[in-house]
Ligand binder design. Sequence first.
Ligand SMILES: [Zn+2]
Length: 460
Amino acid sequence: MTIGQRWWRALACMLMSIGVPACAQGDARPARLAVVGATVIDGTGAPPRADMAIVIEGGRIAAVLPRADFTPVPGTELIDGAGKTLIPGFVGMHDHTHVPGNTFTGDVAAGLWIAGGVTTVMTAGSAETELEIALARQVAEGKRIGPEIVASAPYIGGPGDSPAMFHPANEAEARGFVRDWSRRGTRWFKLYRHTEPVIAAAVIDEAHRHGGRVTGHLCSITLAEAAAMGIDGIEHGLSSAGDLVSGKAPGACRSAVPLLDSLDIDGPEISALIAALVDHDVTLTSTLAILESRFAHRPQGDARSLAVLSPAARERLVAYRERLKENAATTNWTPATWDNIRMFERRFVAAGGRLLTGPDFGRNVVPGFGNQRGFELLVEAGFTVPQAIRIATSNGAEALGFDDRIGRIVQGYEADLVLIDGDLARDASAIRDVDTVFVNGQAIAPDPLIEAAQGRFGPQ
Ligand SMILES: [Zn+2]
């Protein structure tokens, strides 16, 4: 099959998957293909390598070599990479299958993730766990186009959190919940803002006994307390750091946001907080795409993102923007706050911390395009393009324990790759120009997937 034929096949497959999820992808894979002449940014943080040849065979990366050393085996399908950049598929680490209000959006998200170059996601808390697990299985079985989905259990919360979350009454209930969801195959657990410390400690301990991982969007528990408990990851970064609130009673939720505007980012308090996270090997997940939407002085979504929102989601966004404008004079989400949140992520990485990234969804932030925005914002925050690619790819793979097979462009790894039109190292916004996404070596064109998602993401 030519690339063009495969694209049409991908479209047919995807259209079928909207109604009847029945489309085997296995036979769509050519024996051997090669991307020739592209610049490679390999996900390790290493500098870009120009004019490379990457051979894909049997769904894996068979060779990575300078084009000058490449002689194609007869029958190899050649893809012209001149003027393009090849990166590993993004590993989204805060990529829900729902939006606020708990509408399940996984069906529409699956195609958008691929179109945006996202080939693996961890959902960081689920609202419709059964649907999420079913979607993950359909993708794994090749019945629909989508990223590899690492499902997470329903959110764990406490008094003050949404009643839709699970609120364990005691440690035994918390442990039973973790055992139950571990049996059903979810390895990731998410603690929400009002989780009580004794419950959090029980969840973390029980999850680790079952090979699971725990992350938190915290408030009642400080980041340092959570690190000492053995939590694996912190979501959203500085904005959830109760550590900064002086006099906070243990277990009480007090927002740190009003303090971020005047924070001394290079002071001893922040250094100690970062050290507490790094010493305990706690990852931090950057969610700059959704955070940006809180700041009136920042862009509020590009046309591509707005076009895929459902009419109801668009209405919500219009109302949200009105409130943003009305509150601009009194909000705590000031330009200085935005700078400090971003500098915290820089300082964390400089101190040896492992930063991950995921967009979180809602307002103008949608799957795929939101992941791309998160990448752009990391570069804008001062990370180099290879650093930001590493954060968006191999760092996530490491956190998932998948770093022996995805997240890097090296021989033997799965061929989850994104061919970008343009020189990404020079211009981070080239990330928006996805030419082809390779999922297990299968070439997929983004445009039909984006077309199929128009007006469909969000509450119906
Ligand atoms: Zn979230």
